[in-house]
Design a protein around this ligand. Structure first.
Ligand code: ADP
Ligand code: MG
Ligand code: ZN
Length: 477
C-alpha cells in the first residue's frame, strides 16, 4: 500500500502598514509614484543619515498584536539584518530579531464545520526594500527606492496548518482583522500583503517534522493553493523515491504551475544580526496598551451580530457582508443613504458577488460608490425601473461606476406607466397568440408566462412585469 503523507505548513506573512509616511523618515508611502520620487538620504541609505521611528508604526503593530491575542513586548528593540542586494541601499535591513513587538498569539480559523487555533510565534516590525526592475530588452536592471523604508510587520505562524484550505482561512482571518483595524489594505496583488509558505510533508502518524522548503512570490489565494498542491506532490515524490528534500527557498511560477530553487536557505547567523545602534528601545507601558485597546474599532464579529439585530439580516448574509471591510463599509454607506438595508444587502449578496466572481475580483477592488448603489435601490423601489432593467443598470454601475439616474434617463429605460399604451400592446399580443390564449383558458398557467414574455418584448423590457401579469389575467377572465 502506498504511504500516506501529511502536509505541515507555517506561514511568514508580510503586511505593509497604512501609515502616510515611512518607518524611519517622513517620505510618502504612496504606491505608484514616479521612480525614486519618494526618497531621501535616510531611505536611500546615505552614510551619516539617521533613522527616527514613526510612532504610528508601533501603534498599528500593537493593534494587530492585541487583535491576534499576542503578548506585547514591553521593551522592544530593533536589530540590523545584514545582507547585500541592490534593492537594499544600506546593506542592512532594520528589523527585529531578539525582542519583537509581539509574541505567542493565535487566531481561530474555521474550515467547514471545524474550528482550529493557528498559533502565532511572533510578529516584528521592519522596513521594506526597494524594487528592482529588470529590463531584459535593454539588458539593464533599474532600482526604484520608493518602497524602501515602507513599514512592514512580519507575522510568523507556528507550523500548525495542514492543508491549503487552512492556509487560506488563516490568511483571510488575518486580512479581515488587519483591514478592520485600518492598519493595512492587505492587497495581495499590489503586494501590501505577501505570504511565504513553509511546507514539509511527513508520513501520516509520525511526530517528527520533515525538512521544509519556503516558497515565495505568491500573489493570490489561488496561486497559494496551487503552490501548496504542487510542492506537496513534489516532496512526496522525492520521499517515495527514497530521495531527500533539500531545505531551500523556491520561487513559485504560477504560469508554469511549478516551482524552482532560488537559493539554499540562510540561517539567522548568515545575516550577522546585531542590535541597531541608531535607535533607542521602545518602552511600552500599560497606559499605552490600554489606549490602543480603547481605540479598537468595531471588529468583524461585533459587526456581524449588529447587522443581524439592527437590520434583521440572516447569519449567512451577515457573514458575507462583513467578511471584507470594503463590503461592510459599502453596505453601511449605501443603506444610510437609501434607508433600505435589505435591498442593499440583496444587491451585494447576489449581483455584486456574481460579478466579482465573473471578473475574478476581490471586494477591495470594487470601484462603484455607495451613492450609485443607493440610487439604484431608490429607482427600483419607486417603480422608475423594473428589476430586469435594474440588473442591466447595475452591471454598468459595477463595471464603470455609472450614475444610474443619468444612465436610465439617457437610455430611455424608465418603466412605461402609461396604462393606455400597455393596454394597446396587450390587446395586440392577445390577438397575435390565439393558441396561448386557448391554452391559458384551458388551465395551462405556463401559457400566461409566454404572453407576459411577448408583452415585455414588445415594450422593450420597460414594462412592470407584475402589472403586465395582472392586466393580462383581467383581460383573459
Ligand atoms: P527561519 O528562522 O529559518 O526562518 P523559523 O523557525 O522562523 O525559521 O520558521 C519559519 C516558518 O517556517 C515559520 O512559519 C514556521 O512555522 C515554519 N516551519 C518551521 N519548520 C517547519 C516545518 N518542518 N514544516 C513546515 N513549516 C515549518
Ligand atoms: Mg523566519
Ligand atoms: Zn525617506
Amino acid at each position: 500500500m502506498a504511504k500516506q503523507y501529511e502536509t505541515v505548513i507555517g506561514l511568514e506573512v508580510h503586511v505593509e502598514l497604512a501609515t502616510k509616511t515611512k518607518i524611519f523618515c517622513s517620505c510618502s508611502t504612496e504606491f505608484g509614484g514616479a521612480p525614486n520620487t519618494h526618497t531621501c538620504p535616510v531611505c536611500t541609505g546615505m552614510p551619516g543619515s539617521l533613522p527616527v521611528l514613526n510612532k504610528q508604526v508601533v501603534e498599528y503593530a500593537m493593534a494587530i498584536g492585541l487583535a491576534t491575542n499576542c503578548e506585547i513586548t514591553r521593551v522592544c528593540k530593533f536589530d540590523r539584518k545584514n545582507y547585500f542586494y541592490p534593492d537594499n541601499p544600506q546593506n542592512y535591513q532594520i528589523s527585529q530579531l531578539y525582542l519583537p513587538i509581539a509574541r505567542n498569539g493565535y487566531v481561530e480559523i474555521q474550515t467547514g464545520e471545524v474550528k482550529k487555533k493557528i498559533r502565532i510565534h511572533e510578529m516584528h516590525m521592519e522596513e521594506d526594500a526597494g524594487k528592482l526592475i529588470h529590463d531584459e530588452w535593454d539588458d539593464t536592471s533599474l532600482v526604484d527606492y520608493n518602497r524602501s523604508g515602507v513599514p512592514l510587520v512580519e507575522i510568523v505562524s507556528e507550523p500548525d496548518m495542514r492543508s491549503a484550505d487552512e492556509v487560506i482561512a488563516y490568511l483571510e482571518k488575518l486580512r479581515t482583522i488587519i483591514q478592520y483595524l485600518g492598519a493595512s489594505d492587505c492587497k495581495l496583488q499590489e503586494g501590501s500583503m505577501r505570504a511565504d509558505v513553509n511546507l514539509s510533508v511527513r508520513e501520516a502518524g509520525t511526530k517528527e517534522f520533515g525538512t521544509r522548503t519556503e516558497m515565495k512570490n505568491l500573489n493570490s489565494f489561488k496561486a497559494i493553493a496551487r503552490a501548496i498542491e504542487g510542492e506537496r506532490a513534489r516532496q512526496i515524490e522525492l520521499l517515495s523515491e527514497g530521495k531527500k528534500v533539500i531545505q531551500e527557498t523556491r520561487r513559485w511560477d504560477d504560469n508554469k504551475e511549478s516551482s524552482y530553487a532560488m537559493r539554499s536557505k540562510e540561517d539567522a547567523q548568515d545575516y550577522r544580526y546585531f542590535p541597531e545602534p541608531d535607535l533607542v528601545p521602545v518602552i511600552i507601558g500599560d497606559e499605552w496598551i490600554q489606549e490602543i485597546k480603547d481605540r479598537q474599532p468595531e471588529m468583524r464579529d461585533e459587526k456581524l451580530e449588529r447587522y443581524k439585530k439592527e437590520f434583521d439580516i440572516p447569519q449567512y448574509d451577515a457573514e458575507i457582508l462583513t467578511e471584507s471591510k470594503a463590503m461592510a463599509d459599502l453596505f453601511e454607506a449605501a443603506s444610510a443613504i437609501c434607508r433600505n438595508p435589505k435591498k442593499v444587502s440583496n444587491w451585494l449578496m447576489v449581483e455584486t458577488m456574481r460579478l466579482l466572481k465573473e471578473h475574478d475580483m476581490e471586494p477591495e477592488e470594487i470601484t462603484f460608490t455607495p451613492e450609485h448603489l443607493a440610487q439604484l435601490v431608490q429607482l427600483t423601489e419607486n417603480g422608475t425601473i423594473n428589476s430586469s432593467v435594474a440588473k442591466e443598470v447595475f452591471e454598468k454601475i459595477f463595471t464603470e461606476n455609472a450614475d444610474p439616474v443619468e444612465y436610465v434617463e439617457k437610455h430611455g429605460l424608465k418603466t412605461v406607466n402609461d396604462e393606455g399604451e400597455l393596454l394597446k400592446v396587450l390587446q395586440k399580443v392577445i390577438a397575435g397568440n390565439p393558441q396561448a390564449v386557448v391554452d391559458y383558458k384551458g388551465g395551462k398557467e405556463k401559457a400566461l408566462g409566454a404572453l407576459v414574455g411577448q408583452t415585455m418584448k414588445a415594450m422593450k423590457g420597460k414594462a412592470d412585469p407584475g402589472m403586465v401579469n395582472k392586466k393580462l389575467r383581467e383581460l383573459l377572465k
